[in-house]
Design a protein around this ligand. Structure first.
Ligand code: GAL
Length: 464
């Protein structure tokens, strides 16, 4: 049976500045650049962001390949640490301006709509050292100034803006679970940072909407949603899944779309003595600046069970005092990466957006499969025959299609990622691209999945 998607569906892919460009000609150092400079051993095979996939130099050729695999839209991000010279005044770096203009123009010249994100985990490290980064409200103002520069410079051509990619990962990685620099463990700071990120997003949106010319563009946020499924019907597991959903999903979804934080979560954080500092004026701004459209990154579900020990125990505050991971027997896994594969979650997300979030326009802004040692699947011509990735996309798109048929307002599907890129501390361990990169020669080759995607895009659907 052929599955056909809505007219003008976005068949695209996503990458980011810090993961693709390389550090060439960059005036400032972001937190990942810095982390690599001080602890290269924390990065898989000691590979850092210096070259990444060399997009800084090869964007002309790379964008041609993106066109060849059928992408009609591509998301990347502007690096604050490249575009801005002085963070306090948001003065511009001339090479940064030239570079992002060239990239945006090149996308458009190739018939690809550029989708631009403003922050992808890449805080300039100076702002961390000077102010504590996202712990500081001053930094939210500096971010809004930088965002305004972006809108003014590129808003004549860019009509789809996103303020943040996965703000929850900043909270989890930097302040709770130690997978991003500065690897702090501090629940109270984590809660404040979560709030400040929603505030920063609202401030940037206010700047956008305050401009004379935004050319009917749209602005939103990109959130990683991990639907929380309870291990059983037992009320304790059900309650754990509710809290997990509030913390991992609704903490950002609710203010972004409904303009306020979930009440149950606020009450809990207050009772636990970790609630954020907020002013009435800030909360007013958050309530006014809700998003036009939502990006959803989905990779894997979140299986949850009751915590092992009671939340009333004496312990430092962590959200996980309310829930524990649950390893469901018989689950389908991508073993190397350690992630469960559960395509039906996209259908569940589609219905959640339809029913709980006013059916706001949304798209899948990242979905994909990270696979290590892909040379295993490479033929004599250097083509990776990644049938597992084709199946992954096919199955996720099939469930997404059911969600659309059920009335969910989804307008696109972006794969992570167009071209194998640098994946933070995992560096190049797992490959996600429709196009492979040889990190030694920078030779790029379309994978079998790239050909499949080109067909799906051309036909606006596929045979299921
Ligand atoms: C996401 C992130 C991307 C990419 C991807 C695959 O969380 O937004 O930058 O790294 O994971 O690991």
């Amino acid at each position: 049976m052929k599955l056909t998607f809505p007219d003008h569906f976005w068949w695209g892919a996503a990458t980011s500045g810090p993961q693709s460009e390389g550090r060439f000609n960059k005036q400032h150092v972001n937190v990942f650049d810095h982390w690599y400079d001080i602890a290269p051993e924390d990065f898989y095979n000691y590979v850092g962001p210096d070259t990444a996939s060399d997009f800084y130099h090869s964007f002309h050729e790379d964008i041609k390949l993106m066109k060849e695999v059928g992408l009609n839209t591509v998301r990347t991000s502007i690096q604050w640490s490249r575009l801005i010279d002085d963070f306090e005044t948001a003065s511009l770096n001339p090479d940064g301006v030239r570079y992002y203009n060239d990239v945006i123009n090149e996308f458009i010249a190739n018939g690809i709509t550029p989708v631009i994100n403003l922050h992808h985990f890449d805080l300039p490290v100076e702002l961390y050292d000077r102010y504590g980064g996202w712990e500081s409200k001053h930094v939210t103002d500096l971010y809004a100034k930088y965002a305004e520069q972006c809108f003014r410079l590129f808003g004549d051509r860019v009509k789809n803006w996103f303020t943040f990619n996965e703000p929850m990962v900043i909270v989890d990685g930097e302040y709770l679970y130690q997978f991003h620099y500065p690897k702090i463990v501090d629940g109270k700071k984590a809660v404040q940072v979560a709030y400040n990120l929603s505030l920063a997003s609202a401030k940037a949106m206010a700047k956008y909407r305050g401009l004379d010319h935004n050319n009917n563009g749209k602005i939103g946020i990109i959130l990683n949603l991990t639907p929380a499924y309870a291990a059983s019907a037992d009320p304790a597991d059900q309650a754990a899944a509710k809290m997990a959903d509030l913390w991992t999903n609704k903490l950002f979804l609710d203010p972004a779309i409904n303009g306020h934080f979930p009440e149950k979560l606020v009450t809990t954080l207050k009772k636990d003595g970790v609630l954020w500092q907020a002013t009435p004026a800030e909360l007013q701004l958050i309530s006014e600046q809700t998003i036009d459209q939502l990006g959803v990154n989905y990779y894997h579900p979140f299986r949850v069970q009751r915590p092992e020990i009671s939340p009333d125990s004496l312990m430092d505050w962590m959200p996980t005092k309310y829930f524990n991971d649950y390893e469901m027997p018989g689950r389908v896994m991508n073993v190397d990466k350690g992630w469960e594969i559960y395509p039906k979650a996209l259908y569940d997300i589609a219905l959640t957006v339809r029913d709980d979030y006013h059916n706001i326009p949304w798209f899948v802004s990242e979905n994909g499969m990270g696979v290590s040692r892909e040379e295993r699947f490479m033929d004599a011509n250097g083509v990776v025959n990644d049938d597992y990735r084709i199946k992954f996309m096919h199955d996720h798109l099939t469930w997404l299609h059911k969600g659309i048929e059920a009335g969910s307002n989804c307008f696109g599907y972006h794969v992570w990622t167009p071209i194998d890129c640098w994946s933070w501390a995992n560096a190049y361990r797992n490959r996600y691209g429709l196009i492979s990169t040889n990190i030694h020669t920078q030779v790029k080759t379309i994978k079998r999945s790239g050909r499949w995607f080109a067909d799906a895009s051309k036909n606006n659907g596929f045979e299921a």
